[in-house]
Ligand binder design. Sequence first.
Ligand code: ADP
Length: 223
Amino acid sequence: MSLIVAEKIEKSYATNAALRGVNIAIEPREWVSITGPSGSGKSTLMNILGGLDLPTAGCVRLNGTDICALSEDGLARFRRETIGYIFQQSHLIPYLSATENVMLCQYFHSIPDEEEAREALRRVGLGHRLDHKPSQLSGGEQQRVCIARALINSPKLLLADEPTGNLDRENTRVVLELLKRMYDEEHFTIVLVTHDPFVAEWAGRVVGMEDGHIVFDRKAGET
Ligand code: ADP
């Protein structure tokens, strides 16, 4: 069974159509990049696939659940239990340490466990930064905290929107290598939005968007 099935997805904002009839199915354990120029609908599609936003028309089944039919509370619970998120901005709480930021995510899911949070940070190479606040971390280190936070509750799906958008090439590579290692070790699916061809090709599958449509859908490395 596909992890995500989205059919005839449309999304309009007033007179502006962000998505114009998108169909896509994503299998468990796939790593899919969604790429395309700015304004082509990448983030809108990712947000709808991950239940952060609802389509104007069409429906999304995620892990067997029609997410458009859930109540607001039901959808929030479903997101907490099923999905981890990484964004371009870290959205870390500035007055909490790296460990506490990860524990906050555990708290909203179930029960905070400090040692588990510390171990998650060690796994992303931040064993020496456990008690640092976000302002004491580099951009690359902050994104590594975000990876630990996104994966702490063992989500089925990891959604990443321009996760390396604020990083230089070297830190981009470090973050992607880390994501790849976690992806190989754990059993989640990745949907990653990027406008950067270097980042897109780390996936197994690359989906191209233009003007609210999918214009190609190919294996990474193929042209
Ligand atoms: P991308 O991620 O490819 O840059 P987006 O999905 O962010 O593109 O946006 C697609 C289109 O939808 C753009 O024209 C954008 O201006 C519009 N759009 C996105 N979000 C909103 C919003 N909240 N209100 C109005 N228009 C929006």
